[in-house]
Design a protein around this ligand. Structure first.
Ligand code: KG4
Ligand code: ZN
Length: 359
């Protein structure tokens, strides 16, 4: 069974064809980074416009790389939410058109479930399927959620961020310090050049659900650190670098970033990773997880990948390959596969949902 999927919830226009929920026949992602980078974040109106521009060629490219025509796919899947409504609408409207034109069923997919299925799909493809119960941490620019996955497609929310998503904290810190957007990849690349123990961040004490997370305290600590110093010159130099070079190399960043700032970045990343790890470790115990799934853009982070190693016998920790960690449509096709098997189809009333809880 082959599913053609479309993902347009934020700032990537993506399409993919996946066979049997495990073999990626094609995965095309058109990034809008160059459009939003100069604004220090995603501008929703521009995102919708870029999706409109990209959707037809991206879908065509996905079909052509898979060596298929629309008539040869068995279903059309699309991200229903959560995300930017204007962006989601472009993908949903186009998917409805494809479904109508081809007579193939339409399947609406939750973006967060998609991130989890990036890992489920790769584990299946590697011949070592995810074992349940699993703990899933979805950690991206929009989400930081922990779920118990009792069995495939059955989720229970264990905790989530009370304020910023982890990726959002990376992005805000990077923006404040003049590193452009998105912040995660830059901080990740520069962190090994600083001392992670140089600046201490106090960890937020949680009242109520102790599985919840918080990142705004760390972000504020960076702001205080910044305000206590005169960083105007170095920030101006970095902003100039971003204007002149859309994606500077590590070497270029190092020419405009003093050691104290590198120490700050390393310490900030260390604090975020610690916060995530603390919750992962306690949730693994709580639910007796056999697998830990870490997915979403922040799952690319090398500091997190290095820390998140199995700490108990019999527990596997799985990350998607980096191309499937950030937004893509292969994960949406993978999440749609069990729905296709169950006959869980949408119709032409399928509506975009800015917020769409998974559990
Ligand atoms: O999953 P994603 O592509 O989109 C959302 O659903 O939000 O995640 C994008 C987020 C951004 O906040 C970006 O800064 C962060 O993931 N990110 C990273 C890394 N690569 C992307 N954060 C930390 N380290 C990275 N290497
Ligand atoms: Zn995402």
């Amino acid at each position: 069974m082959r599913i053609l999927a479309i993902e347009s919830s934020c700032d990537e226009t993506a399409a993919a064809v996946v066979e049997d929920g495990q073999h990626v026949l094609s995965s095309v992602v058109a990034s809008q980074l160059d459009t939003h980078g100069k604004y220090g974040g995603v501008v929703p109106e521009l995102a919708s416009r870029e999706h409109l521009r990209a959707i037809v060629p991206v879908v065509r490219e996905a079909l052509s790389r898979a060596g298929m025509t629309l008539g040869e796919v068995d279903a059309i899947a699309v991200t229903q939410g959560p995300g930017l409504v204007g962006s989601l609408l472009v993908g949903i409207t186009y998917a409805k058109g494809l479904s109508f034109a081809s007579g193939r069923p339409l399947i609406g997919v939750n973006h967060i479930e998609g991130h989890i299925h990036a890992v489920v799909m790769e584990a299946l493809d590697a011949g070592e399927p995810v074992e349940y119960p699993a703990l899933a941490l979805v950690v991206s620019g929009g989400h930081t959620h922990l779920f118990e996955v009792k069995r495939e497609s059955e989720y229970r929310l264990l905790g989530k961020t009370r304020d910023d998503a982890a990726g959002e904290a990376f992005d805000k810190v990077a923006k404040l310090l003049g590193f452009g957007y998105p912040g995660g990849p830059v901080i990740d690349a520069l962190a090994p050049h600083g001392n992670p123990k140089a600046v201490r961040f106090t960890v937020a004490k949680m009242k109520g659900n102790t599985t919840d997370l918080s990142f705004s305290g760390m972000k504020t600590a960076v702001l205080r650190w910044f305000e206590a110093r005169d960083m105007a010159d170095e920030v101006a130099l970095r902003k100039q670098l971003v204007r002149e070079t859309p994606r500077p190399t590590v070497e270029q960043w190092l020419t405009v970033t003093p050691k104290t700032t590198l120490d700050l970045l390393a310490s900030f990343q260390y604090a975020v990773v610690e916060e995530l790890m603390r919750r992962i470790v306690s949730c693994v115990e709580e639910i007796g997880a056999r697998t830990v799934i870490v997915s979403g853009g922040v799952a690319c982070n090398r500091g997190l990948r290095a820390e998140a190693v199995p700490r108990r016998a019999g527990v596997r920790v799985l990350f998607p390959t980096p191309g499937l960690s950030t937004d893509n449509a292969a994960m949406i096709a993978a999440a749609a596969f069990p729905k296709l098997a169950r006959g869980e189809f949408a119709d032409m009333t399928l509506a975009a949902k800015a917020s769409l809880p998974l559990a």
